[in-house]
Design a protein around this ligand. Structure first.
Ligand SMILES: [Fe+2]
Length: 307
């Protein structure tokens, strides 16, 4: 892999920092890795090797500040910044160290209103298992829901056709699946990959800019998704949809809300696309199957509840 490697970090706003720390650490089971002078709290999933992937800060409204991708190296960061500028997008450089253990970031705003970042460096802290003769898992995999990694995000905003062009033509992503609008003329939602994953980022057309639909966390198995559902119920977490299977991506899922109303997903599965695959298309009348294959139901909350 070259270019953009993967989703690297998301920074999400929460209403009550202490309640959110408890939730993300003890219910979702992320590993807390640091706090900074701005009051931000940093987490990683147990099997991630870089310092942090999910950052929360206290604010008056929930939602997402930015979503970041790790790129191969500093030369790639420079090249992608030049490509973004040549395309006509303004970029800004955020100095190394502004986020804990993170190098310089290139930030730009999408026509959907979202702030996207690229960076090449984040301190590798490891997963606690070492790199020589490692055990397959350790105690952190047994604490709370304990996802493996931040897998992808789904963002809602306007102009997603233009957003898709930026990701495909400039950043080297490819379209994996899409849902058409009711008239079949444009996309209502698109699933984009920079890897073998069914999506690294997805967007849905929505009138308000900059909205978060969900950040998704990867689970190891369907059984672990069901276990996540058990832990959600034990802790009175507000569940939105699932456990069920998406038709789109074939992933197995639970959507639920954090204490601030930010939706998150515990997810597993999907197939393994290549960039030469023809994208899969869902017509709007089958969006219900795309979202919830067994129930064939286009849940109202999926279309209307965002932060
Ligand atoms: Fe998702």
């Amino acid at each position: 892999m070259t270019g953009v490697l993967r989703p690297g970090h998301a920074q999400v706003r929460v209403l009550d920092l202490e309640a959110s720390i408890k939730f993300y650490r003890d219910v979702l089971g992320l590993v807390e890795t640091g706090r900074d002078a701005q009051g931000r709290v940093y987490f990683k999933c147990w099997d991630e090797r870089d310092h942090s992937s999910y950052v929360i800060r206290e604010a008056d409204s929930a939602g997402i500040d930015f979503f970041g991708f790790k790129v191969l190296d500093k030369a790639t960061l420079d090249r992608l910044e030049a490509d973004l500028r040549a395309y006509g997008l303004a970029t800004t450089r955020i100095p190394a160290g502004e986020m804990l253990e993170t190098g310089e970031r290139v930030r730009f705003q999408l026509p959907s209103g979202h702030l996207i970042e690229l960076y090449a460096e984040k301190t590798a802290v490891g997963n606690g298992l070492g790199t020589t003769n490692p055990a397959p898992w350790g105690a952190s995999r047994e604490h709370g829901i304990a996802p493996i990694r931040l897998d992808h995000g789904l963002l809602y905003g306007p102009n997603i056709a233009e957003v898709q062009k930026i990701f495909v033509d400039v950043l080297g992503f490819y379209l994996v699946e899409r849902v058409l609008t009711e008239d079949g003329q444009t996309s209502a939602a698109v699933w984009l990959s920079c890897s073998h994953k069914v999506h690294d980022i997805a967007f849905a057309e929505y009138p308000e800019p900059g909205k978060l639909h969900h950040c998704s966390f990867l689970m190891e198995s369907w059984e672990s998704v069901l276990r996540a559902g058990d832990i959600m119920s034990m802790n009175k977490v507000a569940v939105d949809i699932g456990p069920t299977r998406h038709g789109i991506t074939r992933g197995c899922t639970i959507y639920a809300w954090d204490p601030s109303g930010n939706r998150f997903e515990t997810f597993m599965g999907g197939y393994h696309p290549y960039p030469d695959y023809e994208p899969l298309t869902w017509t709007f009348d089958n969006f219900g199957q795309g979202l919830d294959y067994p129930q064939r139901k286009l849940h109202e909350t999926f279309l209307t509840v965002v932060t």
